[in-house]
Design a protein around this ligand. Structure first.
Ligand SMILES: [Mn+2]
Length: 332
């Protein structure tokens, strides 16, 4: 009935595919990013199980945990009840999948551990910076997945191997494999490079220095960093806001992408902020409390520069307002 798993090409996507493949005995896996689905760059059909991605035009089963994707399906007028699978807000898609299968299958302890790891990585739920950077098998695997160097086909092959390995071996065993440790080591070097770029661009939005601002829109080429790394340099900051120009193939446009996430300190701060709410208030995007993004379109460079300043000011205003509201009562 189901022939292929189409999954997100990140840690949660890999774990999701390993779980579904394990329960339903499917070994054919395809990897995609959310944009591949929304722009129909990958075609799916009734024999596909789609995990941790937006709902495509057609598929046989859909498993997901992204609230924005659920809202999107509602906006498209599709009745969710008619789609096989399970969708609900959760720290990871792997968590949703476990819940879906545990009514029918015996779940062993190793699977529970893998799902807990996916929760931590996908929701960035850490107690402290030390907890985040701790040497855990899942972090080693996550680094190996995030490696940018190398050919796309090589990466897909590695991800496929990873999915198949996780179907019958523990995180610890898989993390110790040479394929993983070599890629993880290379990623550590890439991370060092990213930290260098972050250090060069690091600014703050507002005098309170709550928000780290990384503005890469001055670059004529794509800059890609893991913005979470910024908090290694300034652990007391509560959020990171990154601005990138939108590229159309290799050409820089006047459109800006704002992506913002709470740092670990921000997540534990008594004034609970909702970044998704800020993007919705500005009417430029969406997201959840801990991470959100928006797109600001402009017709000229001048218009873009003005819009950027206006948006930065508005983000700071909303941020401060949320901080005030947080003081008058619990916002959770
Ligand atoms: Mn996910």
């Amino acid at each position: 009935m189901y022939y292929r798993i189409v999954t997100h090409d990140d840690f949660d996507g890999v774990v999701s595919a390993a779980l579904v493949g394990y329960f339903l005995e499917i070994e054919k896996i395809a990897f995609a990013g959310p944009g591949d689905i929304t722009n129909s760059r990958i075609s799916t059909g009734a024999s596909d199980i789609v995990c941790d991605l937006p709902y495509p035009l057609e598929c046989g089963m859909w498993l997901d945990h992204h609230e924005a994707n659920l809202e999107d399906v509602a906006l498209r007028g599709i009745e969710q009840e008619t789609i096989p699978g399970l969708r609900k807000p959760a720290p990871s898609c792997a968590r949703v999948i476990l819940e879906y299968f545990e009514t029918e299958y015996e779940i062993d302890e190793e699977l529970v551990e893998i799902v807990e790891a996916s929760d931590r990585i996908d929701s960035f739920a850490y107690e402290s910076i030390e907890d985040w950077r701790a040497e855990r098998p899942e972090n080693e695997i996550d680094r190996a997945i995030k490696l940018k160097a190398g050919k796309p086909a090589e990466r897909r092959e590695f991800l496929r191997w990873l999915v198949l390995s996780l179907m019958d071996e523990s995180l610890e065993t898989v993390a110790a494999q040479g394929d993983v440790t070599q890629r993880a080591e290379l990623f550590r070097a890439e991370e060092e490079q990213m930290l260098k770029i972050i250090r060069q661009h690091l600014e703050y939005l507002g005098d309170e220095r709550d928000i780290i601002l990384l503005d890469f829109s001055g670059h004529t080429r794509r800059v890609s960093v893991v913005k979470n790394l910024a908090q290694l340099l300034t652990p007391q900051a509560l959020a990171v806001l990154q601005i990138n120009s939108l590229f159309n193939r290799q050409v820089k446009t006047n459109d800006l992408v704002f992506s913002m996430s709470l740092t670990i300190a921000g997540t534990h701060h008594p004034a609970r902020r909702d970044l998704g709410e800020i993007m919705r208030q500005l009417n430029i995007g969406s997201g959840h409390a801990g991470a959100a993004s928006g797109l600001l379109r402009s017709r000229s460079k001048q218009e873009m520069l003005k819009a950027k300043e206006r948006t930065l000011k508005a983000i700071l205003d909303h941020w401060k307002k949320q901080g005030q509201e947080g003081k008058s009562g619990p916002a959770e």
